[in-house]
Ligand binder design. Structure first.
Ligand code: GLU
Length: 260
C-alpha cells in the first residue's frame, strides 16, 4: 500500500513538474517548436504546387525557431481549432492569421501584433453589390472560429451568415452560387481575386481592424518574451520587410512595435 502511495505521489509530482516547465524550456529541450499554421490561407499559410506548406507565417516561424536554436514542426490548424490546440499543448504557438481580440485573450496569450489587416468582401465578378450595405437578405460566407461573421453582422445585421469549416469550402460555394459573398481579411480576399483569373473581385472598403498576433499559452511569459524578441529582431535586421515584400509584393506600411 505504502509503495503504491509513494508511486502515486511520485507520478503526480512528475506530471506537475512536467506541466510547470515553461514552453521555452520544453522547446529548447526537445529542439522542436510545434507551430500551428493555416494550410488554406494564402499568402500566410498554404500548400504550394509542390505540396509544401509555405507562406509569410511559415517563414516568420522558421526565423523564430532559428533564433530559439530549434527546428519548426508545422501542424495544420483552422480558425476554429487554433486556440484549443494551443491550450491543450498540441502546438506551442499558433501563427495562423489570428486577430488579437480582447475576448481571445482570455483562453490564451498573444505576442505583439505582427501584421495589420482589415476585413473585406469577396464576390463573383458579375456581382452588382458595391459594399456591405447591399447585403441585406443575401448569403454571406464566413469561417467558423473567425471574427468575420460577427463583424459583418455588426455593420449589416440583415445579412444571412453561412458558416464553413474551412476556406476552400467557402470558395466552392461562392463559385457554385450557393452564397453571394465571402467575408474575411482583405489580403486573403485580394489574393483569391488575383488567383481566380477574373472570376472573383473584392468590393468596398474594409469594415474592421484585424491586427494579427501569434497565440501562445496563458501565463508562459518566458516563451512569449522570447518570441516577441525574435519578431522584433526580424524587424530590426530587415528580415520582416524582406518577407513582407516576398509575400505581399510591397514594402510594409506598418511595422511591428520595437521596444527600446
Ligand atoms: N483574422 C481573422 C480571425 O482571426 C480572420 C481570418 C481567419 O480566419 O483566420 O478570425
Amino acid at each position: 500500500m505504502l509503495k503504491k502511495v509513494i508511486a502515486l505521489v511520485a507520478t503526480i509530482m512528475f506530471s506537475f513538474s512536467a506541466l510547470s516547465a515553461g514552453t521555452l524550456e520544453d522547446v529548447q529541450k526537445s529542439k522542436v517548436l510545434k507551430a500551428g499554421v493555416k494550410y488554406d490561407f494564402k499568402p500566410f499559410g498554404f500548400i504550394n504546387e509542390k505540396g509544401e506548406v509555405v507562406g509569410f507565417d511559415i517563414d516568420l516561424i522558421n526565423y523564430i525557431a532559428d533564433k530559439l536554436g530549434v527546428k519548426a514542426k508545422f501542424i495544420q490548424v483552422t480558425s476554429k481549432t487554433r486556440i484549443p490546440m494551443v491550450q491543450n499543448g498540441t502546438i506551442d504557438i499558433a501563427a495562423a492569421s489570428m486577430t488579437h481580440k480582447v475576448e481571445r485573450d482570455g483562453p490564451i496569450d498573444f505576442t505583439i501584433s505582427y501584421f495589420f489587416d482589415g476585413q473585406s468582401i469577396l464576390v463573383r465578378s458579375d456581382a452588382t453589390q458595391k459594399s456591405y450595405k447591399d447585403f441585406a437578405g443575401l448569403k454571406v460566407g464566413a469561417i467558423q472560429g473567425a471574427t468575420s461573421g460577427e463583424n459583418f453582422l455588426k455593420v449589416q445585421p440583415k445579412a444571412k451568415i453561412v458558416t464553413f469549416q474551412e476556406y476552400p469550402q467557402a470558395i466552392m460555394a461562392l463559385k457554385k452560387k450557393r452564397i453571394d459573398a465571402i467575408t474575411t481579411d482583405l489580403v486573403w480576399c485580394s489574393t483569391q481575386a488575383k488567383d481566380s483569373k477574373g472570376a472573383f473581385k473584392v468590393i468596398g472598403s474594409t469594415i474592421s481592424y484585424e491586427p494579427y498576433g501569434m497565440g501562445v499559452r496563458e501565463n508562459d511569459s518566458n516563451f512569449r518574451d522570447a518570441v516577441n524578441f525574435a519578431i522584433q529582431d526580424a524587424v530590426k535586421d530587415g528580415t520582416y520587410a524582406k518577407l513582407y515584400k516576398k509575400w505581399f509584393g510591397k514594402d510594409p506600411e506598418t511595422l511591428p512595435e520595437i521596444w527600446p
